[in-house]
Design a protein around this ligand. Sequence first.
Ligand SMILES: NC(=O)CC[C@H](N)C(=O)O
Length: 314
Amino acid sequence: MPDSQALDLQAILDDIYTALSPRRGEGKVADYIPPLARIDPKKFGMAVVTIDGQVASVGDAAEPFSIQSISKVFTLTLAMGKHGENIWRRVGREPSGSAFNSIVQLEQEGGKPRNPFINAGAITISDLILAGHTPREVIGEIVRFMRYLANDEDIAIDPAVARSEAATGFRNSALANFMRSFGRLDHPVEHVLGVYFHHCAIAMSCVQLARAGLFLANAGVTPLSGHTVVSRERAKRINALMLTCGHYDGSGDFAYHVGLPGKSGVGGGILVVAPGKASIAVWSPGLNHNGNSLLGSLALEMLAQRTGWSVFGA
Ligand SMILES: NC(=O)CC[C@H](N)C(=O)O
């Protein structure tokens, strides 16, 4: 299999774009957050940024979209930075096998979420990063972290999406109150959800997202600045969680077809890490039955086949 230097990534992305063009609009756009329901279902963007600095992109790769649950990779990174391995007292690291917003398992398991990527787990992570801070400070910190990682000051929260999530987030509110009833949140539910809704409402383009994920592909060091974001060990662990839990109850299927650590969001984005090679982001708003981007998953399967980047072998 060729190394990434020898791959014509732009040609690969162009081929994927052409092959999937007739299928644009397939899947179901998330409609429980009203501003997401208004996004053109035919949007499609994809970007690959290699650790040695190559950038390839196609379609709507420069257009910001709501990153939603992809933000959970970055809040997990911040929480690990603040609390280290102690976070595992509060949240598990096993695939849930149930929907991203399920409440059933949470009751059976005493209010301890299965992993940091399902909604209950990410709400717990928001509670952890709130320690000693106001919601406003923490929200600012998360946005600054995204700007720093992507090396791009233009990244911001979409306030309409954040407001809408707060207005319609009955299920998330139920999850948070439920955990609080088990004594599993340290801060007021409104504060925790305020942080959670705002980080889900961050808007980024595929290019910005792929740049932000580079540290996970490069053993914890972002090649954009040369800074160490996390240790090599921690980067591996975050990738492991993305592989096993990043697509909710579709994580096994994603590993089977794509074979790379990835994290999806209901905005239709997916961030994928090819360790030692590249960071990849794709955006196509139509979702499959697990709430993961339908065409995005197909595009990544095609990319993994063409590049030989699967972590399970070329
Ligand atoms: N899967 C997702 O992207 C879900 C995130 C969304 N903000 C929610 O809480 O429902």
